[in-house]
Ligand binder design. Structure first.
Ligand code: GLN
Length: 199
């Protein structure tokens, strides 16, 4: 008699810069395997989902281009690879951005317009608890965060704070202005892993 162990989700975590370790720790605790994406060879590993972490979106965009990662990751996201993007990662996914003079392209697969550093650069960090559609109240840590100024009609708005959109889902892409990986609440990462299982 053979036992059939459930396959662990294989999650690629963009690890060029920023808060990627915290995502890995949380996903591993939830039973996923994570591998860091730093160079093209890292894209050969099986990947059921991708995390785009917070950090500095201009630096991340430049490194994606310089390291030759941009085209293949863009192709896979556009083709339906599930993505969890937080803060700078949300800026990478957004089709449009205000207050962003970065000369390097983002993936532009999520039809929203984000405002970079929307809460100010230095003093714009805060923690709050707000409802997220389907999950209820969620602690949200904002660090020099963007918010979403405008979302296309077919984008599912998951959360707003002070009338600004801070969480969306669009098909296989989840975009968050805040950092769920910095708290103890794992429900967003659990929802993301469920998405990767359906893929
Ligand atoms: N302010 C950063 C940017 O514009 C994002 C901050 C973050 O990811 N915590 O890229």
């Amino acid at each position: 008699m053979s036992t059939c162990a459930a396959k662990k989700p294989q999650i690629g975590v963009l690890a060029l810069q920023g808060a990627f370790i915290e995502h890995e720790d949380m996903l591993k605790r939830l039973g996923a395997d994570c591998h860091e994406i730093r160079e093209r060879a890292d894209l050969d590993a099986p990947m059921d989902g991708l995390v785009l972490p917070g950090g500095e979106s201009t630096t991340q965009k430049k490194l994606l281009a310089d390291l030759g990662l941009y085209d293949e990751l863009h192709r896979r996201i556009a083709a339906g690879l599930p993505v969890l993007a937080t803060c700078a990662g949300l800026i990478l996914l957004a089709k449009d951005a205000t207050q962003d003079a970065c000369p390097y392209p983002g993936f532009a697969t999520l039809p929203v317009r984000v405002r970079r550093n929307a809460y100010g650069r230095q003093l714009g960090s805060f923690v709050t608890t707000h409802a997220l559609k389907g999950l209820g109240p969620i602690p949200m840590t904002f660090i020099r965060a963007p918010y979403i100024e405008k979302a296309a009609p077919d984008v599912d708005v998951l959360a707003t704070v002070d009338d600004h959109i801070v969480a969306v889902k669009y098909h296989h892409q989840i975009g968050l202005a805040f950092h769920p990986e910095l708290g103890k609440d794992t429900r967003i990462h659990e929802a993301f892993l469920k998405m990767t299982a359906k893929n």
